[in-house]
Design a protein. Structure first.
Length: 137
């Protein structure tokens, strides 16, 4: 594992093994390390890093009642090499998409940058927005 990012989200999850299956076996994250007795795992995917922490095992940072879908009001943008390949992986695992793949162009500093993107919810409802960089014009 290389250096850690300056910002690494930690998601509270209801079932760590189910989340690890989703992130690692279905999507392709790497399990960098875990502390099973604490219900903790550190994952990476390309340049992205993510921590998972099972609710009520070890320390739980709880500011209010956990109610699914978790993570309301936030989505995590994650770069991927191929949206089509990721979509196939999700379909093979019978996981529904929150939003079908789309091509979207965004204005940035007077030019447009393109993304091919899709959205999917993890087992606890966290919204993941995977994108493939299409460059700029």
């Amino acid at each position: 594992m290389g250096p850690q990012n300056a910002l690494i989200p930690e998601l509270s999850v209801t079932d760590l093994s189910k989340s690890i299956y989703f992130y690692c076996d279905v999507i392709g994250f790497n399990l960098e390390y875990s502390r099973p007795a604490e219900g903790f795992a550190f994952l990476s995917y390309g340049g992205s890093q993510l921590m998972l922490d099972q609710i009520d095992l070890g320390r739980t940072w709880q500011t209010a009642e956990f109610e699914k879908p978790l993570g309301r009001g936030i989505n995590f943008q994650i770069r991927t090499e191929s949206i089509e390949q990721l979509q196939q992986q999700l379909m093979s695992a019978n996981i529904d998409l929150f939003m079908e793949p789309e091509t979207k162009w965004y204005e940035v500093d007077g030019r447009e940058v393109g993304n091919r993107q899709l959205l999917v919810q993890d087992p606890d409802g966290y919204l993941l927005r995977f994108f493939e960089d299409l460059g700029s014009k």
